[in-house]
Design a binder for this molecule. Structure first.
Ligand code: AMP
Length: 302
């Protein structure tokens, strides 16, 4: 089944102890869409400027990502510059130029309104709600958010949380939303705010999923070197939602497999700058690493 994503498509400049990558493909919705496209057809709703490289648009199209919802507006694309420290868990935003993204107001093409799986990537909660107003009875809606909106648009975010069944956030965001340091307590509080389930991404420590009385945890794939963590969370979400959409039904068993697929795709993303590793990644490599996850986490009942 098809999967709709709304969010940022950007031009990034990345700096890390491994070097510098100026003007490369970025954006939360870009990472998400490419990751999900390994599993299912994707519809992308975003805005870019006239400076956005044509060859990147062609590449996204070649991945069978439907771009009817990608607006090309007069002006410049969103540009973000981030710098990672020696400890790659620490990142500074050096600059953020919203440009055409400033006035982004997502309108779904008519053909997208029946899409059964919907992901609201990181944009203002008001705009995420605007997208929800336009979709008709989806099977699953998931959303992400970030510190900027948790601090700056709390009332809008609270209203959105009451409408989003699955929240996918990182540990810092979980702490900020809930006011709790402990992840179990944080998840409990968040589940009291509306979502039926929450996935908390914890970088190199993996991910924990909470839903009712269920807790499911998957480690991050043990890599010798993390080259560029940008977009890891977005590709995790793309793998999760892409796999679920390919199944067509959200069952507890599918959800567990989806979380492993998300972890697999994220582990490849961080091996190179930007989306470089995803350009050469194959479904066979994904399946091989999935099996490594199975052996990584398998143990007998005593
Ligand atoms: P992540 O590593 O998951 O935080 O995602 C990084 C991506 O999000 C980068 O490619 C940026 O272009 C994009 N990004 C950075 N800041 C924002 C923002 N305020 N809104 C939307 N996207 C952003």
């Amino acid at each position: 089944m098809s999967l709709l994503v709304v969010g940022s498509v950007a031009i990034d400049t990345l700096e890390s102890p491994h070097g510098k990558a100026p003007d490369v493909l970025g954006g939360a919705a870009t990472y998400f869409a490419v990751a999900a496209s390994f599993f299912t057809p994707v519809q992308l709703v975003a805005v870019v400027g006239e400076d956005f490289p044509k060859h990147e648009i062609e590449w996204l199209r070649s991945r069978k990502i439907d771009l009817a919802g990608l607006e090309i507006q007069k002006g410049k694309s969103l540009r973000w510059t981030g710098r990672y420290h020696e400890d790659m868990n620490v990142r500074d935003t050096l600059s953020f130029e919203a440009n055409v993204f400033e006035s982004f107001s997502p309108d779904l093409p008519a053909a997208y309104r029946d899409t059964p799986f919907v992901f609201l990537a990181n944009i203002a909660p008001k705009l995420q709600a605007r997208v929800l107003d336009q979709v008709k009875s989806p099977k699953l809606v998931a959303a992400d958010t970030m510190n900027f909106y948790i601090e700056g648009a709390r009332a809008d975010l609270d209203a959105l949380l009451r409408r989003v069944p699955l929240l996918m956030i990182n540990d810092e965001e979980a702490r900020m939303i809930s006011g709790e340091r402990n992840m179990v307590l944080a998840a409990r509080k968040i589940l009291g705010m509306g979502p039926k389930s929450v996935m908390i991404k914890r970088g190199e420590y993996g991910v924990i999923y909470f839903s009712g009385d269920t807790i499911f945890s998957v480690p991050a794939y043990p890599l010798e070197q993390v080259f560029d963590p940008t977009g890891a969370g977005d590709t995790f979400a793309g793998g999760v939602m892409g796999y679920l959409a390919s199944c067509g039904a959200v069952t507890p068993a599918n959800l567990r497999k989806a979380i492993v697929y998300g972890s697999v795709v994220a582990s490849f993303t961080v091996e190179q700058f930007s989306l470089e590793r995803l350009r050469t990644l194959t479904r066979e490599e994904i399946e091989a690493r999935y099996r490594q996850f199975v052996s990584l986490t398998s143990f007998d009942v005593p």
